[in-house]
Every structure is written in C-alpha cells, then in structure tokens.
Design a protein around this ligand. Structure first.
Ligand SMILES: [Cu+2]
Length: 173
C-alpha cells in the first residue's frame, strides 16, 4: 500500500531530503521534551502572589517548568504530599516534588507520567492562596479531593481551579 499523495509526512520527504528530514518526521520525541511553563509572579510588596496558569491540562509524559518571573519574591512549587508534610492531593504512587526556593529567574521542571490530578503550593505563600492544579491525561471531571480540608489554609482551598474547567479550557489563569 503506498502513502496517499496528501500525506503530510510524504510531502515533507518530497520537499526536502537527507537526514534532517528523517529527524523531522519522527512525530513524538521532540514534543515530549517540550515543557509547558507556569510562571510564578507577584506584586513588588508580595501582597499578592500567584501561579499562572493556576490550572493546567497536560498529556502523560509531558513536562511542566515553573519559572520565577517575580523580581521581588522567592517562590516554590511543592506537591501536596505527606513527604512535604501535607495531605495527599496527587495520585497515589506518583513521585512528589519540591523545588525548594527559586530565586527570580530560576526554574524547576517536573515530568508527569501518571494520569490524575495534582495539587501543589508555594511554601512561603500557601496561606495567601498561592496554589495550583495540574490535570494529567483523561480524568474524571469530579474533583478527587474534598472541597474543604481543615488542614489547609482557607485561601489555598479556595485557590484550586475546578477540574471540569481545566478539562474544558486546557488552562485556567
Ligand atoms: Cu510564592
């Protein structure tokens, strides 16, 4: 069976030639290494701080890179996990993370392989509601974690975007 004339890969092969094209037609490896950025920002006085986007949908195997875009504040990306002294709000068995303090301009990358919902926070700003949620792959639209949790600051609980909204929009700022 020959490839149809409109096959984009075939066009690529006809349009150029040699080893470079072979690399270009391998579909997935290049994309798997691309990290999606989540910025960490705040007002100069630190009175308001946030992750942007707060809610993000990715595919299993994709990487997320947190970058401190804030000239005046130090931030962390820290998973809600007993290893970080917090209740579990990520898939059981998945590896927890903690970036430690990121200075302005510094970044931290995590690859997410296990489908599910991952909640995380910023160590110095959890009480201010600096939290985020990452959805990996296809999950149930219903939040897997209780809406309220007395062990978390109220501002943190209020800061998680809904799973349904993340699934629908891909990102929630
Ligand atoms: Cu922070």
């Amino acid at each position: 069976m020959s490839a149809p004339a409109h096959d984009p890969r075939r066009r690529l092969l006809l349009g150029a030639g040699g080893g470079l094209v072979l690399a270009a037609v391998l579909p997935w490896p290049a994309h798997a290494g691309e990290a999606v950025e989540i910025g960490m920002s705040g007002t100069p006085t630190g009175s308001d701080v946030w992750f942007r986007p707060r809610g993000l949908l990715i595919r299993p195997g994709q990487a997320v890179r947190w970058v401190n875009r804030d000239a005046g504040n130090v931030h962390t990306s820290t998973a809600y996990h007993p290893a970080n002294g917090k209740p579990l709000r990520m898939p059981e068995g998945a590896k927890p993370w903690n970036s430690d303090y990121l200075l302005p301009g510094q970044s931290f990358t995590v690859v997410f392989d296990t489908p599910g919902v991952y909640d995380y926070f910023c160590l110095p700003h959890e009480h201010a509601g600096m939290v985020g949620r990452i959805v990996v792959g296809d999950v149930d639209a219903a939040p897997p974690y209780a809406g309220t949790d007395a062990r978390l600051p109220p501002a943190a609980v209020a800061g998680f975007p809904g799973v349904a909204a993340i699934l629908e929009r891909g990102r929630v700022d």
